[in-house]
Write a protein that binds this ligand. Structure first.
Ligand code: ATP
Length: 328
């Protein structure tokens, strides 16, 4: 599969005034991320709140310029393109769906105007051609033609997210980046939107980056799971067998935190919160919450290990059920 987007050593550091009298503080939102997204595949990104998932998504869609590293798009460096070229080529190739459709859509515009917007901005087609394309897109995402002249406030949450998805697909992108696309929706419509995204990626051959804090959803939606912790990619593993093949304790901790029907939850407590991104722990940044950590974990960032399709950074990887249990 050809490479669509590559991140090489990509970091995003925000300077804030949180330092008060001491001056500015640095927030390490994303640190030295290496990632490849290939045509047609779905990459799921998972981690707790504040782990840098949205920052990664914003880098992938070109909304966030990295403070270090290279974002490559079809072999070219994104931030070396002119702004015009970036918008015309990259902007048209990547669609974005964010968490909350009520804030992502212009409240004053009708559904058909919202969906047509990217076509207008990119000068695609004439007026009748665009109207035809809007009808096709509405049909594709399951929106009834009756809502074409409605404004977002007249729609349900699920319908609003369908509008956002239709708009994201208007320019026939090669990649759709969906950042927590169902988190703001009622539980009853979440499955419908996930099914829609699943159908679209197979029907349209789309590549997708699917971001969620819920590892079960990420596993279901993806070919590959990327686990993020405190701004770093901790692990990458094939989705189908992730629970068995994952080596990083954090990936297992995320699984243990999800409710399950058939097997009892594993006894891995994910204690406390993610530490501050202003002052991340040295070495392995998960060590302060990890039941397998030793003094060695504080010394240096663990090297990248590769076992088949699994890539992780951990000195004490999980290799069997006994490693998943916290010692008494
Ligand atoms: N513009 C900004 N200025 C300062 N800090 C920021 C900014 N954007 C993000 N951060 C910080 O960067 C870190 C990563 O944030 P990010 O939103 O990427 O995490 P996330 O995993 O998407 O979390 P959530 O699930 O809550 O959206 C957090 O500590 C956040 O507070």
């Amino acid at each position: 599969m050809s490479e669509l987007i590559t991140l090489s050593g990509v970091s995003v550091v925000h300077k804030t005034r949180a330092g008060g009298l001491l001056g500015s503080a640095s927030v390490y939102a994303l640190t030295e991320a290496d990632l490849v997204v290939r045509a047609g595949e779905t990459v799921g990104v998972v981690g707790e709140s504040g782990c840098g998932k949205t920052t990664l998504a914003r880098v992938l869609v070109g909304l966030q310029r990295p403070t270090a590293g290279v974002v490559g798009f079809r072999g070219r460096s994104l931030w070396e393109m002119s702004a015009r070229e970036r918008r015309l080529t990259f902007g048209a190739s990547i669609g974005t769906v964010f968490q909350d459709p009520s804030t992502a859509l212009n409240r004053r515009l009708t559904v058909q105007r919202i969906i047509a917007d990217p076509l207008v901005v990119h000068g695609r087609g004439d007026r009748p051609g665009r109207a035809q394309r809007v009808r096709e897109l509405m049909d594709l995402v399951g929106l009834p033609t009756a809502v074409a002249d409605a404004v977002p406030a007249q729609l349900s949450g699920g319908q609003r997210q369908r509008v956002a998805i239709a708009r994201a697909l208007a320019l026939e992108p090669a990649l759709l980046v969906a950042d927590e696309p169902t988190s703001a929706l009622d539980v009853s419509v979440r499955a419908q939107i996930l099914n829609l995204l699943d159908r679209l990626r197979s029907e349209l051959g789309l590549a997708m980056v699917f971001v969620s804090h819920d590892i079960q959803t990420v596993r279901r939606m993806s070919d590959r799971v990327v686990t993020m912790y405190l701004g770093r990619i901790a692990e990458e593993a094939p989705a189908a067998a992730v629970e068995e093949v994952a080596r990083h304790p954090y990936t297992h901790a995320l699984f243990s935190a999800t409710p399950r029907l058939l097997t009892p939850a594993r006894p891995i407590p994910l204690r406390g919160r993610v530490p501050s991104a202003t002052n991340p722990p040295s070495g392995c940044n998960f060590r302060t919450r990890c039941w397998r950590a030793t003094d060695e974990c504080a010394q240096a960032l663990p090297p990248l290990e590769e076992e088949g399709e699994v890539r992780y950074r951990c000195l004490h990887p999980v290799r069997g059920p006994e490693d998943r249990v916290q010692p008494a």
